[in-house]
Write a protein that binds this ligand. Structure first.
Ligand code: IMP
Ligand code: MG
Length: 176
Protein backbone atom coordinates (compact mmCIF):
# COMPACT_ATOMS: atom_id res chain seq x y z
CA UNK A 1 0.00 0.00 0.00
CA UNK A 2 1.26 3.47 -0.87
CA UNK A 3 2.03 5.53 2.24
CA UNK A 4 -0.53 8.28 1.63
CA UNK A 5 -3.28 5.75 0.99
CA UNK A 6 -3.08 4.85 4.68
CA UNK A 7 -4.19 8.32 5.82
CA UNK A 8 -7.96 8.21 6.28
CA UNK A 9 -10.49 10.74 7.45
CA UNK A 10 -9.39 13.62 9.66
CA UNK A 11 -10.44 13.04 13.28
CA UNK A 12 -9.06 16.30 14.71
CA UNK A 13 -7.93 19.21 12.53
CA UNK A 14 -4.74 21.20 13.13
CA UNK A 15 -6.84 24.25 14.04
CA UNK A 16 -8.86 22.33 16.63
CA UNK A 17 -5.66 20.88 18.11
CA UNK A 18 -4.13 24.32 18.46
CA UNK A 19 -7.22 25.81 20.06
CA UNK A 20 -7.78 22.95 22.49
CA UNK A 21 -4.13 22.76 23.56
CA UNK A 22 -4.31 26.46 24.48
CA UNK A 23 -7.49 25.86 26.49
CA UNK A 24 -5.87 22.96 28.34
CA UNK A 25 -2.77 25.05 29.04
CA UNK A 26 -4.94 27.80 30.52
CA UNK A 27 -6.68 25.27 32.80
CA UNK A 28 -3.39 23.72 33.90
CA UNK A 29 -1.86 27.17 34.52
CA UNK A 30 -4.80 28.11 36.72
CA UNK A 31 -4.83 24.81 38.64
CA UNK A 32 -1.07 24.68 39.25
CA UNK A 33 -0.42 28.29 40.25
CA UNK A 34 1.83 28.24 43.32
CA UNK A 35 2.54 24.51 42.99
CA UNK A 36 5.66 22.58 42.03
CA UNK A 37 4.69 21.28 38.60
CA UNK A 38 6.60 18.55 36.77
CA UNK A 39 5.32 17.39 33.41
CA UNK A 40 6.09 13.75 32.71
CA UNK A 41 5.90 13.13 28.97
CA UNK A 42 5.36 9.59 27.81
CA UNK A 43 7.67 8.91 24.85
CA UNK A 44 7.37 9.04 22.01
CA UNK A 45 3.80 9.87 21.04
CA UNK A 46 3.20 12.64 23.59
CA UNK A 47 6.16 14.76 22.48
CA UNK A 48 4.27 16.97 20.02
CA UNK A 49 1.33 17.62 22.35
CA UNK A 50 3.67 18.11 25.29
CA UNK A 51 5.86 20.71 23.61
CA UNK A 52 2.85 22.74 22.43
CA UNK A 53 1.16 22.46 25.83
CA UNK A 54 4.27 23.37 27.80
CA UNK A 55 5.04 26.45 25.70
CA UNK A 56 1.54 27.74 26.42
CA UNK A 57 1.83 27.31 30.21
CA UNK A 58 2.13 30.41 32.36
CA UNK A 59 3.41 28.77 35.54
CA UNK A 60 6.91 27.56 36.48
CA UNK A 61 7.25 24.01 35.18
CA UNK A 62 9.88 21.31 34.80
CA UNK A 63 10.01 18.49 32.28
CA UNK A 64 10.90 14.83 32.51
CA UNK A 65 10.25 11.79 30.34
CA UNK A 66 9.40 8.15 30.62
CA UNK A 67 9.45 5.61 27.85
CA UNK A 68 7.40 2.48 28.20
CA UNK A 69 6.64 -0.41 25.93
CA UNK A 70 3.56 -2.51 26.29
CA UNK A 71 3.79 -6.02 25.06
CA UNK A 72 1.23 -6.62 22.36
CA UNK A 73 0.55 -6.13 18.68
CA UNK A 74 1.10 -2.90 16.76
CA UNK A 75 -2.46 -1.75 17.38
CA UNK A 76 -3.40 -3.31 20.72
CA UNK A 77 -1.71 -3.09 24.11
CA UNK A 78 -1.64 -6.00 26.52
CA UNK A 79 -1.31 -4.11 29.79
CA UNK A 80 2.04 -5.73 30.52
CA UNK A 81 4.33 -2.73 30.54
CA UNK A 82 8.10 -2.51 30.51
CA UNK A 83 10.03 0.67 31.40
CA UNK A 84 12.51 1.55 28.63
CA UNK A 85 13.51 4.89 30.15
CA UNK A 86 12.80 6.01 33.67
CA UNK A 87 12.55 9.58 35.00
CA UNK A 88 15.82 11.47 35.46
CA UNK A 89 14.76 13.01 38.77
CA UNK A 90 12.85 12.07 41.91
CA UNK A 91 9.22 13.22 42.11
CA UNK A 92 8.61 12.78 45.83
CA UNK A 93 6.63 15.73 47.18
CA UNK A 94 6.14 17.28 43.73
CA UNK A 95 3.05 17.96 41.64
CA UNK A 96 3.25 15.53 38.75
CA UNK A 97 1.17 15.76 35.60
CA UNK A 98 1.49 12.81 33.22
CA UNK A 99 1.13 13.95 29.60
CA UNK A 100 -0.11 11.21 27.28
CA UNK A 101 -1.00 11.20 23.62
CA UNK A 102 -3.88 8.76 23.81
CA UNK A 103 -5.68 6.58 26.32
CA UNK A 104 -7.05 3.50 24.63
CA UNK A 105 -7.66 0.55 26.98
CA UNK A 106 -6.11 2.61 29.80
CA UNK A 107 -3.80 -0.24 30.77
CA UNK A 108 -0.57 1.66 30.07
CA UNK A 109 -1.74 4.63 32.09
CA UNK A 110 -2.96 2.43 34.93
CA UNK A 111 0.53 0.99 35.17
CA UNK A 112 2.15 4.44 35.06
CA UNK A 113 -0.18 5.81 37.74
CA UNK A 114 0.68 2.94 40.06
CA UNK A 115 4.39 3.13 39.35
CA UNK A 116 4.67 6.92 39.78
CA UNK A 117 2.18 6.97 42.65
CA UNK A 118 4.47 4.64 44.61
CA UNK A 119 7.15 7.36 44.54
CA UNK A 120 4.99 9.62 46.73
CA UNK A 121 4.43 12.71 44.62
CA UNK A 122 2.33 15.40 46.35
CA UNK A 123 -0.20 15.11 43.54
CA UNK A 124 -0.49 12.96 40.44
CA UNK A 125 -2.83 13.74 37.55
CA UNK A 126 -3.21 12.93 33.87
CA UNK A 127 -3.47 15.16 30.82
CA UNK A 128 -4.36 13.11 27.74
CA UNK A 129 -4.82 14.64 24.31
CA UNK A 130 -7.15 11.89 23.10
CA UNK A 131 -9.31 9.24 24.69
CA UNK A 132 -11.28 6.42 23.10
CA UNK A 133 -14.12 5.87 25.58
CA UNK A 134 -15.44 2.77 23.78
CA UNK A 135 -12.19 0.90 24.31
CA UNK A 136 -11.63 1.67 27.98
CA UNK A 137 -11.00 -1.43 30.07
CA UNK A 138 -10.07 0.13 33.43
CA UNK A 139 -11.38 3.04 35.51
CA UNK A 140 -8.94 5.94 35.49
CA UNK A 141 -8.99 9.52 36.57
CA UNK A 142 -8.04 11.60 33.53
CA UNK A 143 -8.26 15.14 34.84
CA UNK A 144 -7.56 16.88 31.53
CA UNK A 145 -8.73 15.49 28.19
CA UNK A 146 -8.36 17.11 24.79
CA UNK A 147 -10.80 15.16 22.63
CA UNK A 148 -12.87 12.00 22.72
CA UNK A 149 -12.47 10.08 19.48
CA UNK A 150 -14.33 7.09 18.04
CA UNK A 151 -12.91 3.58 18.06
CA UNK A 152 -10.49 4.05 15.17
CA UNK A 153 -6.72 3.70 15.06
CA UNK A 154 -5.43 7.28 15.09
CA UNK A 155 -2.25 8.64 13.47
CA UNK A 156 -0.58 12.04 13.39
CA UNK A 157 0.40 14.82 15.85
CA UNK A 158 2.73 12.33 17.54
CA UNK A 159 0.68 9.18 17.05
CA UNK A 160 2.30 6.56 14.91
CA UNK A 161 1.54 3.42 13.05
CA UNK A 162 4.76 1.38 12.94
CA UNK A 163 6.71 4.61 13.73
CA UNK A 164 5.34 6.56 10.77
CA UNK A 165 2.91 9.50 10.44
CA UNK A 166 3.91 11.19 13.72
CA UNK A 167 4.67 14.37 11.77
CA UNK A 168 1.16 14.96 10.44
CA UNK A 169 -0.21 18.30 11.71
CA UNK A 170 -3.63 16.77 12.33
CA UNK A 171 -4.98 13.51 13.74
CA UNK A 172 -6.39 11.14 11.14
CA UNK A 173 -7.78 7.63 11.15
CA UNK A 174 -5.55 4.92 9.75
CA UNK A 175 -7.10 3.18 6.77
CA UNK A 176 -6.61 -0.52 7.26
P1 IMP B 1 -3.54 1.57 26.18
O1 IMP B 1 -2.60 0.92 27.15
O2 IMP B 1 -4.43 0.54 25.50
O3 IMP B 1 -4.34 2.69 26.77
O4 IMP B 1 -2.67 2.13 24.99
C1 IMP B 1 -1.86 3.21 25.19
C2 IMP B 1 -0.79 3.38 24.15
O5 IMP B 1 -1.03 2.64 22.94
C3 IMP B 1 -0.77 4.83 23.75
O6 IMP B 1 0.07 5.57 24.60
C4 IMP B 1 -0.27 4.76 22.33
O7 IMP B 1 1.14 4.73 22.33
C5 IMP B 1 -0.80 3.45 21.81
N1 IMP B 1 -2.07 3.65 21.10
C6 IMP B 1 -3.31 3.32 21.51
N2 IMP B 1 -4.24 3.65 20.61
C7 IMP B 1 -3.57 4.23 19.59
C8 IMP B 1 -3.98 4.82 18.34
O8 IMP B 1 -5.17 4.89 17.97
N3 IMP B 1 -2.99 5.30 17.56
C9 IMP B 1 -1.67 5.28 17.92
N4 IMP B 1 -1.24 4.76 19.07
C10 IMP B 1 -2.18 4.23 19.90
MG1 MG C 1 1.92 6.52 24.05
Amino acid sequence: MDADDAIGEILVSAEDLERRVCELAAEVSRDYAGKDLVLVGVLKGAVFFLSDLMRALEVPVELDFMAVASYGSATKSSGVVRILKDLDAAIEGRDVLIVEDIVDSGLTLQYLLRNLGARNPRSLEVCALLIKPERRKVELRTRYVGFEIPNRFAIGYGLDHRERYRNLRYVAALKQ
